[in-house]
Ligand binder design. Structure first.
Ligand code: HEM
Length: 415
């Protein structure tokens, strides 16, 4: 068995073009730990660490949940009233801890997409989901964890709870719906639109390697976690970068009144503060990446922080926070923060919307993304730097772009 601990050497890539080449290489995988789930690999079998045909088959099925009609339905119809209702109850008084609030908002949307039948207007329920997501997030960052054994124990326990309390009832309901459709008693339109449904629909396809029901639980958890923690962290980092800029009030006022600008703030935040500062790959075979020899079983570190500040594509002042910056044609404003190639984030349009091109604001098909909508909502509700309470980073991993608490005061509404 090959474990991460046994990689032969480390190769680090730091330029945008080199990292992009690595992300497209079929010789590099995200499979570090080859143990079974039972033997200690808490990520065994999930899409994020699959490689080759099984990964492609899973993505084909799961990507169906991210088609434009579904994205529009979520962003335009389901999300705005839910966000308003939650914020009316969460942002009250004259101060707030923004990080847990951003996490609750993101958890509400991610739960629907993943396929949990929760009451997403109930704050207690969302807090419980956020707690579960926090455990899964530590699991997904286990390669950077300071205490991996403690993380493993926590994640095993959380999967049990997650399956019992959330997946079991949701699965039963969906299987009954699928059965009615199969018998011709109901049409396809009666099915729920979520990851759990499509996985159950294709569970018997051997290409997907999902016949063990526990894998479906872990796959749904991957989407729940992937959609929550990241979006919440980016929205709060965006507020932090605006507060720290030379003209905070001008940025906040613009974000409150111009959704396209709020979206660009989100993209610039993603570029400067990627949720995964260093992505990791393992060389399945000896290969050459960007002209560099990469021996088999090496660890390849993709330094997204450096790649996203590559002056070749992001201009002469790549360290600066400038949502209006020009970037090279064909390069996304968010740099490589949604990955690229086979593992590129399937939820990138949910979180970041569609790429911002000239005139996008008037395009009726444009999508702004959850992060942009959250940034605008926080700016509109008067968020200001807290004069006394100190915000705290989440220090449980080496991913320095994560917050545990982020204190703001709530001044007069903007916009
Ligand atoms: C701003 C928000 C988000 C950020 C910054 C983000 C970032 C990323 C990154 C960097 C990767 C690729 C990691 C790598 O290749 O090493 C990834 C993969 C993934 N993301 Fe996201 N993500 C976000 C939102 C979402 C949403 C909303 C969902 C689900 C609804 C989601 C689900 C996933 C999944 C399932 C993968 C694994 C895909 C695969 O391995 O094939 N993400 N994300």
């Amino acid at each position: 068995m090959t474990l991460l601990e046994r990689y032969t050497t480390t190769v680090e890539l730091t330029t945008y073009d080199d990292i992009r080449e690595a992300l497209f290489s079929p010789d590099l995988s995200r499979t570090f730990d080859r143990r079974t789930y039972e033997d200690g690999n808490i990520r065994n079998g999930i899409v994020s660490i699959q490689h080759g045909p099984v990964h492609r088959a899973r993505r084909r099925v799961e990507n169906s949940q991210f088609r434009p009609d579904k994205l529009r339905l979520y962003e335009r119809e389901l999300w705005p009233p839910l966000q308003d209702d939650l914020l009316d109850r969460l942002l009250v008084g004259d101060e707030a801890d923004l990080y847990p609030i951003a996490e609750l908002l993101a958890a509400a949307l991610a739960s629907r997409r993943a396929g949990l039948d929760i009451d997403d207007r109930d704050i207690g329920t969302l807090e419980r989901i956020a707690g579960i997501v926090d455990a899964f997030s530590q699991g997904s960052a286990i390669l950077d964890a300071k205490d991996p054994d403690a993380v493993r124990t926590l994640v095993y326990e959380t999967y049990e709870t997650f399956e019992r309390e959330y997946i079991a009832p949701a699965r039963e309901r969906r299987l009954a719906l699928l059965d009615r459709v199969a018998r011709g008693e109901a049409g396809e339109e009666t099915l729920t639109q979520d990851i759990l449904t499509v996985l159950l629909q294709h569970a018997s396809d051997p290409l997907l390697e999902l016949s063990d029901g526990k894998r479906i639980v872990r796959e749904v958890a991957t989407y729940l976690q992937g959609g929550t923690h990241t979006s919440g962290q980016v929205a709060v980092n965006a507020i932090d970068l605006m507060f720290a800029s030379a003209t905070p009030e001008a940025h906040l006022e613009r974000a409150a009144t111009d959704l396209l600008f709020a979206q660009r703030v989100g993209h610039e935040t993603l570029r400067l503060r990627p949720t995964t500062p260093k992505a990791k790959r393992r060389a399945e075979v000896a290969t050459v990446i960007a002209g560099r020899a990469v021996p088999a079983d090496s660890q390849v570190l993709l330094n997204l922080v450096a790649g996203n500040r590559d002056p070749k594509h992001f201009g002469a002042d790549p360290e600066a926070f400038n949502p209006d910056r020009e970037v090279s044609p064909g390069v996304a404003r968010w740099g490589l923060s949604f990955g690229a190639g086979a593992h590129q984030c399937p939820g990138r349009t949910v979180g970041g919307g569609l790429p911002v091109a000239q005139g996008s604001g008037e395009d009726p098909d444009h999508l702004f993304g959850l992060v942009g909508l959250m940034i605008q909502a926080f700016a509109r509700r008067g968020a200001l730097p807290h004069p006394t309470k100190v915000s705290e980073p989440d220090t449980r991993t080496d991913r320095y772009t994560r917050w545990a608490h982020y204190w703001v005061t709530l001044g007069p509404r903007r916009g």
